[in-house]
Design a protein around this ligand. Structure first.
Ligand code: R5P
Length: 293
């Protein structure tokens, strides 16, 4: 078994390889002056007859990561790998998983169909809408990082009367998973996003947050607007403290400033995107799924 460390996931790849007792190959890569991507495995014959696991997240620079991933899969196939598993810790374009407005492309479907075709198995983590894993075809699996997040919180924090909150209804299952591990209550905020202007309005569900330690949980933090809006409202109704946890920390632009100034004391994320907020690893979750294949 060989793990190929995609350029965007060096540390996670190394952890997965270690857990699986697999050989780790780190390709060389570069971007040409005109923007094209290049990737090379200098020991390609090692791939022959092997189960090859390619790990490459799709952020930052989603488009480049897609190409790197496809180029890496082609090397594995050309050099005669036996099985090819593609691990995409953060699947880009996953929020465009339907035609919200007439005339749009279903971006996730376009990419998923291509990646599904070249892989014997695809593994994603907290795909924005878990059911859209079917776009990749039959041999695809979406795992959740929420158990890793819940376990990390339970081992490293002691909360006072904790409440786990999804900043929107879509995050309710995530909140429940984390809350169950912490033995805490959970709920969600109601969010309405205007598809034309992007403006978000939010109202808090009927929950008592007064003097409680609140843990906001979501799949993605992008601009930070959703978490900041939730946090501002939770503070208004008396939350004692708020931390924000997510699987994928895109943290675009002023996201950190927006979130911290809304009353969040800490932002934690997993290594699906390796960044300064990464405190939790999904390596064990991914490796244990691979062991079952
Ligand atoms: C949306 O439904 C997602 O689960 C996240 O809440 C959203 O993508 C976060 O985006 P932003 O940080 O830009 O508000």
């Amino acid at each position: 078994m060989i793990v190929v460390a995609g350029p965007a996931s060096p540390m996670l790849s190394a952890k997965i390889a270690e857990l699986l007792n697999a050989k780790l190959i780190t390709p060389s890569f570069k971007t040409f002056p005109d923007g094209e991507s290049y990737i090379r495995i200098d020991t390609p014959k090692a791939l022959e007859g092997e189960t090859v696991i390619i790990v490459n997240t799709m952020y930052p620079d989603q488009n480049r990561r897609v190409i790197e991933l496809l180029l890496a899969t082609s090397i594995a196939r050309d050099y005669g790998c036996d099985k090819l598993y593609t691990v995409i810790p953060y699947m880009a374009y996953a929020r465009q998983d339907k035609r919200f407005l007439e005339g749009e492309a279903i971006s996730l479907k376009v990419l998923a169909e291509i990646i599904g075709k070249v892989s014997d198995k695809v593994i994603t983590v907290d795909l924005h809408s878990p059911e859209t894993i079917s776009f990749f075809g039959k041999n695809a699996l979406n795992v959740t990082a929420m158990n890793d997040i819940g376990n990390f919180l339970s081992e490293n924090y002691s909360f006072k009367n904790p409440l786990v909150v999804g900043p929107d209804q879509g995050a309710l299952d995530y909140a429940k998973t984390v809350a169950d591990i912490l033995g805490a209550e959970y709920s969600y905020c109601e969010k309405i996003r205007d598809r034309y202007t992007g403006e978000i309005t939010m109202s808090i569900k009927d929950i008592d947050v007064k003097n409680r330690d609140v843990i906001i949980v979501d799949d993605i933090i992008s601009t930070g607007g959703t978490v900041a809006l939730a946090s501002t409202n939770l503070k208004k109704i008396g939350a004692a403290s708020i931390i924000a946890c997510c699987t994928h920390a895109l943290m675009v632009g002023e996201a950190e400033h927006k979130i911290i100034s809304s009353g969040v004391s800490e932002i934690l994320s997993t290594d699906t995107i390796e960044c300064k907020y990464t405190r939790i690893s999904v390596a064990k979750t991914i490796a244990s799924e691979i062991r079952k294949l």
